[in-house]
Design a protein around this ligand. Structure first.
Ligand SMILES: [Zn+2]
Length: 306
């Protein structure tokens, strides 16, 4: 797998990346119109890809339900570099031989996951909560001060609140990505696979993406997000609620994703995971509901009241 420096290097084919970005923006527009603005108390979401050196950025533009999300070129080009680098091993693992299609599939999937994560911050009320409660401050990374909106007076509490909101967005996103992927995906394979195979591929790409984030975040103390492997484990059990909604046995969904996760780590990434990763994730999951309750965010949810 590529190291951090290689991930951040300029993309080998800018025209191809620009085409993928336009496709992403076009598909996101339709998805936001049809699903987000219809199902939630949301007036507008403007999404764009820019030449910015930021990764992903979203904000509540006002208190009235208008939002914007931006992906900087720094993010899209690293997703592109990563997708290209992993496409051989991924296509061997899932038995899909067209390398160009596989690269685009991976790019679309990872971008879609990150977009859905940002949309979850909107629909779960996080952005309005931050707008109302965030106090301008900073935290230190490698002895440098980085600005942040603190969500509590105590810095450790603020960190806990941030990580709880980020975890909530991740756990929702594993389901929304799966059910809405048809909006961006152009690969016919996806529609021809059995449910078992679809869940397997979903689990593999999901797992790859968190390892991609792990490499990208190397050497930084991320104040707002739990460590990527914690985020990944946290997102797995939440697929149960989707299975329940679809009247499918939920053990089947979770098992398929956990198996895909282990296969990915061992066979594609060739890593050995220390058991402490899992214990750390479970301990965080056990505390999460209490912390979410403590933030007082429940009145900020933007699901339409029926
Ligand atoms: Zn987030």
């Amino acid at each position: 797998m590529l190291n951090k420096e290689q991930l951040l290097s300029p993309p080998s084919n800018i025209m191809r990346l620009e085409r993928l970005e336009s496709h992403l923006v076009e598909c996101a527009r339709l998805y936001i119109d049809e699903i987000i603005e219809n199902s939630f108390d949301v007036n507008s979401v403007v999404f764009k890809c820019s030449l910015n050196s930021n990764f992903a950025f979203s904000k509540a533009d006002d208190p009235n339900g208008n939002y914007s999300i931006e992906f900087g070129r720094a993010l899209t080009s690293t997703i592109f570099n990563f997708s290209k680098s992993i496409s051989d091993k991924f296509s061997d693992e899932i038995g899909w031989n067209n390398k160009d299609d596989v690269t685009e599939f991976l790019f679309n999937y990872i971008s879609w996951f990150i977009l859905n994560h940002e949309l979850a911050h909107i629909t779960w009320g996080h952005l309005n909560f931050i707008r109302d409660h965030g106090e301008s401050g900073y935290y230190e990374i490698n002895k440098k001060k980085v600005p942040i909106k603190h969500l509590a007076k105590d810095i450790e509490k603020s960190k806990e609140f941030w990580q709880a909101l980020e975890s909530e967005a991740d756990s929702n996103t594993i389901s929304t990505t799966l059910v809405s992927f048809r909006y961006i995906n152009t690969a016919s394979q996806w529609g021809n696979w059995t449910l078992d195979k679809t869940l397997n591929v979903h689990g593999i790409v999901n797992s790859l993406m968190f390892y991609f984030l792990d490499v990208l975040m190397e050497g930084t103390d991320d104040f707002r997000h739990p460590k990527p492997y914690v985020r990944q484990y946290l997102s797995l059990p939440s697929i149960d609620s989707l299975a329940e909604k679809m009247n499918h046995p939920k053990e089947f969904y979770t098992d398929a994703l956990i198996k895909a996760n282990f296969d990915t780590v061992l066979r594609i990434l060739e890593l050995k995971l220390p058991i402490s990763f899992m214990i750390e994730s479970i301990s965080w999951m056990n505390r999460l509901d209490k912390i979410i309750h403590e933030t007082g965010i429940s009145s900020y949810r933007r699901r339409k009241k029926i």
